[in-house]
Design a protein around this ligand. Structure first.
Ligand SMILES: Cc1cc2nc3c(=O)[nH]c(=O)nc-3n(C[C@H](O)[C@H](O)[C@H](O)COP(=O)(O)OP(=O)(O)OC[C@H]3O[C@@H](n4cnc5c(N)ncnc54)[C@H](O)[C@@H]3O)c2cc1C
Length: 509
């Protein structure tokens, strides 16, 4: 029998309807996703509303989302963990952390908050239907292991499914792939026992994943070639932060160290983000020149390390302690900047005519973006077409009642926004309670009706492949508050805590 622990218990066997869907009970809040967003959201919900019932559903068989999906060698954060860690739980480790360390941190949160009994793994949410009459969501779930179908009902839906499809990575097709005699792997589905010893590995791509993977495997593989179509911005940072070491030696409370380091990193990243808008040329020069002394002598910096876009139009990849550059200097790794013409039986032929020999090709080619967990939404029987909807502060969607979603930052630590959005959702639930409302829905005011709609993401501002490939399936932004999203953290940390929840854009009933 599957019931939510927090839901009213079934006295008898759970009801099954004619479609073979089992009734799984009712909760006040249903959270989709047990990654850093879902776990953070659950912490805040428990803290602010200890009496509310809730359940967390995740399609995977374990917690962690991104950090559970990605288990390739060397997987680690790009962000510092003082800002990637939650506001409420000090990070005690090095500034840049391995995936396993992040999972261990999340395990501590789950333990400390008693969240384990609220999480249901292998529960893939397939649809969510809102009924205004019943003032509730009906959420259908398929268990990936048993194929069993379940139906939950919930008063409020908190969507924390991340931004990409965890089950289906982006795998571009190239000519000749079927002729290739070696193995082709994707970092999102890294084979557990892949033996790289003595192998020639080609990594396609040069973003954060390639920059992480290459130094991690270059000691084992015979040689690693990074094959990029165009260069990425890199920034070397120490794994261990000296200020953290100094503060910890003073034996002050970890909460203080966490807060001081958070402020330091927040300020640094804000400065870089602002520079990317206001002085992109200066930031470009700063990034290239700080990398130059760490590169192999004589390497063509213009060709291999000078991106064609403005800094931070795509994520800047972090190189902890310059490890990628060391692998290049030591000759364990090399770099080819060219386009793939065809795979051959023994490697990859690029446009210059060169054939790069390979036993294993790693396709570090990114994600398939997914909109709100690919859940089919409907409101009062009408399917929701997100392309016709507008985001309310990147937290709710016009015309979709009692649903908030958590989407973090691209340039800053994702988690900074998890705390900020959770605070706002807490205020929203409290406002509903105070008004005696059972429903809240974002709606365009008369003065917003003719508002100019913009794509969700402005390509001039941020344009990585996975976002650009999927703009056509995404909701829109307006040209004014609160119909905007993707602001910088320094703006939002002022705006969100003060946001007026009674400005007429939210309708309470
Ligand atoms: C390798 C890698 C490194 C990264 N490093 C950083 C970094 O250093 N700093 C940073 O800020 N960001 C980083 N990111 C971005 C990262 O995705 C976010 O930081 C963050 O982990 C997102 O957390 P989340 O909980 O919102 O989503 P996710 O981690 O994507 O987790 C979402 C969960 O929801 C589940 N889910 C989705 N749809 C459904 C459904 N329909 N039904 C049930 N369950 C569902 C998924 O199974 C998944 O477990 C990195 C991303 C990758 C891939």
């Amino acid at each position: 029998m599957t019931t939510t622990v927090t839901a009213p218990a079934h006295d008898t066997a759970p009801a099954q309807d004619t479609e073979g869907i089992e009734d799984a009970g009712h909760v006040d809040v249903l959270i989709v996703g047990a990654g850093v967003s879902g776990i953070g959201a659950a912490h805040h919900l428990r803290e602010k509303f200890p009496d509310r019932t809730f359940v967390i559903l995740d399609a995977q068989d374990n917690r962690g989302g991104t950090w559970w999906t990605h288990r390739y060698p060397g997987v680690r954060s790009d962000s510092d963990l003082f800002t990637y860690g939650y506001r409420f739980k000090p990070w005690r480790g090095p500034s840049i952390a391995a995936g396993e360390e992040i999972l261990a941190y999340l395990d501590e949160v789950i333990d400390e908050d008693g969240l384990g009994r609220h999480i249901r793994y292998r529960h893939r949410v397939t649809s969510a239907s809102w009924s205004t009459t019943d003032r509730r969501w009906t959420v259908e779930v398929t268990r990936d292991d048993t194929r069993q179908r379940l139906r939950f009902t919930a008063g409020f839906l908190l969507m924390c499914p991340g931004y990409y499809n965890h089950a289906k990575p982006y795998r571009p097709r190239w000519e000749g792939m079927d002729d290739f005699q070696g193995a082709i792997v994707h970092p999102q589905q890294w084979p557990e026992n892949l033996d790289l010893a003595g192998k020639r590995v080609v990594v396609i791509g040069s973003g954060a994943t390639a920059a992480t993977l290459i130094p991690a495997i270059s000691g084992t593989a015979e040689h690693v070639t990074m094959l990029q179509r165009s260069p990425t911005y890199y920034f070397a940072r120490p794994v261990t932060d000296e200020l953290a070491v100094t503060l910890r030696a003073l034996d002050i409370p970890e909460e203080w160290t966490h807060e001081i380091l958070r402020r330091q990193y927040t300020q640094q990243v804000q400065l870089l983000a602002r520079m990317s808008h206001d002085a992109p040329g200066e930031l470009h020069t700063f990034l290239i020149e700080s990398m130059r002394p760490m590169l192999p002598e004589g390497i063509d910096v213009e060709k291999h390390f000078t991106p064609r876009y403005r800094p931070w139009q795509q994520r800047i990849a972090i190189v902890p302690d310059g490890d990628l550059f060391a692998a290049l200097r030591e000759g364990k790794a090399s770099i080819v900047t060219d386009t793939i013409e065809t795979f051959t039986a023994r490697g990859i032929k690029v446009s210059s005519g060169e054939e790069i020999p390979a036993d294993i090709v790693v396709s570090a080619t990114g994600f398939n973006l997914s909109v709100l967990g690919d859940v089919a939404f409907s409101v009062d029987g009408a399917p929701v077409d997100f392309t016709e909807r507008v985001t309310w502060r990147g937290i709710m969607i016009s015309g979709v009642p009692n649903m908030a979603y958590i989407f973090g930052y691209f340039r800053h630590s994702w988690t900074l926004r998890v705390d900020l959005v959770s605070d706002l959702v807490g205020r929203l639930l409290a406002t509903m309670r105070d008004k005696g409302a059972t429903m809240v829905v974002p709606a365009l005011r008369p003065q917003d009706k003719d508002m100019r709609l913009r794509p969700w993401c402005d390509p001039g501002d941020f344009n990585p492949g996975y976002v650009m490939r999927s703009q056509h399936i995404l909701y829109k932004q307006g040209d004014r508050e609160p119909w905007t999203h993707l602001l910088e953290h320094d703006e939002e940390q002022e705006i969100l805590p003060m946001a007026d929840l009674d400005d007429g854009t939210l309708v309470y009933r």
